[in-house]
Design a binder for this molecule. Sequence first.
Ligand code: ADP
Ligand code: MG
Length: 325
Amino acid sequence: MKLSGVGEFGLIDRITRHVENHPLAVRGIGDDCAHNRIPEGCELLTSTDMLLEGVHFRRDWTNLETLGRKAVAVNVSDVAAMGAKPRFLYLGLALPDDATVEEVDAFMDGFLSEAERYGACLVGGDTCRSLQGWVLSVTVEGTATQGAAIGREGAKAGDLICVSGNLGDSALALKMLMKDRKPPEALAWRHHRPRARVDLGVRLSESRLATAMIDLSDGLAADLGHILERSGGGARIDLQTLPLSEAFREAGGSWDQAVTGGEDYELLFTIPAGRWPEVEALMSEIGPIHRIGEIREGQGIDWLEGGQPGWQPQAAGFNHFGSRG
Ligand code: ADP
Ligand code: MG
């Protein structure tokens, strides 16, 4: 059915009809503002991401249900990256004339299922017409215990650099898609269906373990660079310790892709060296975490191959206004 068949308000009703009440939402969808409570002793952390058809996603590479999930996961990942719990979501949705009600239903199915997985609730948004392609804007608000949120600024010389999961799978899948090749399922999954590492982020903040943290959206080199910019200091990364999946190796993935490829949505964080056993103890519940290097005095990143510096990544991380943007 065409969107004109239901009109703007009919469409909003449809978008929001499966939204359940959240204990912290006093007034959710349907009033002029979302009116939310936050738990006693908590602070609010907010992040927004835009997703544009043709820039961030292609309709022929993904389906709308999967896109709905990814829109939530990548946004929630920013909240996880500061050690907060996602609570409230807002969805700005601009739709072209040829969009159908069924497509919007499929998108919302994915969006709301993924939100539920993280315990977050859709509490507001805006809906309008787009002159070209789908445009999505997702905002998430999360909460963290007062004083526990983890920024990019706290890394100190001697801290260990740790990362969850594997690097490069998503970027390698994207590279294959751009060459009209079908990526292996394991890689494609990591590109289209990223998971935000909320449990890990919250454990790291509650235990005051991480000194700095970021989620890997632009690639290890760029995102570690962001931590170093804010914290000061340099880093040493041991290339042999980078976590690379079986599928990544089999598909011929290189260090370069692992280091500069974007959209891993893993957490990159630093901890005081003596606290590694506490991180190790988290793994049975949270999954693999790898130590890949350390923060040092000085500037820049030394990429060590067999203990020796000299290796350098060829490509830069993702940058919208850069040559690859
Ligand atoms: P207003 O005119 O006050 O901006 P709208 O008519 O745009 O209100 O929206 C009516 C209600 O529906 C508001 O509570 C708004 O937050 C909600 N809403 C509109 N679009 C969306 C959407 N895409 N997702 C979630 N909530 C939405
Ligand atoms: Mg509005």
